[in-house]
Design a protein around this ligand. Sequence first.
Ligand code: FAD
Length: 106
Amino acid sequence: PPDVEVLGRSTWVFLHTTAAYYPDKPSPTQRANMLNLLHALPVLYPCSHCASHLGEEMQVYPPDVSGRIPLSRWLCERHNEVNERLGKEKFDCAKTDERWKDGPSD
Ligand code: FAD
């Protein structure tokens, strides 16, 4: 089975970076594709318990794909829910651009 930590770290890099560079005013096609990408995760993400937790979260908190800022915040909040569940520190969602767009990355 995949290493859940390595998989998680790389998936978060991809998702947060993609959200950080998502348009402020996405076209209908961009919105639809972002929704498809996010809705695919609970179906395809190769950590089944992670996938089902995310699916439940997404039913309560549907993704906001209306623009870069709301999408980045939505994703940050979903990531924080995982952080909380795993006993990790919560991330300050005011700092997503600093971490994933403007600032240095690791
Ligand atoms: P990660 O949590 O992978 O974070 C990577 C980097 O992202 C951090 O160093 C930090 O700079 C930044 N960051 C942290 N929090 C935020 C935030 N809220 N917003 C923006 N940036 C942030 N693991 C499980 O054991 N059980 C699960 O149920 C589970 N569900 C997951 C669901 C999804 C959709 C994903 C993508 C991963 C899931 N994981 C799960 C993996 C878990 O979230 C971590 O990726 C893994 O434990 C490695 O953690 P890490 O401490 O290296 O940092």
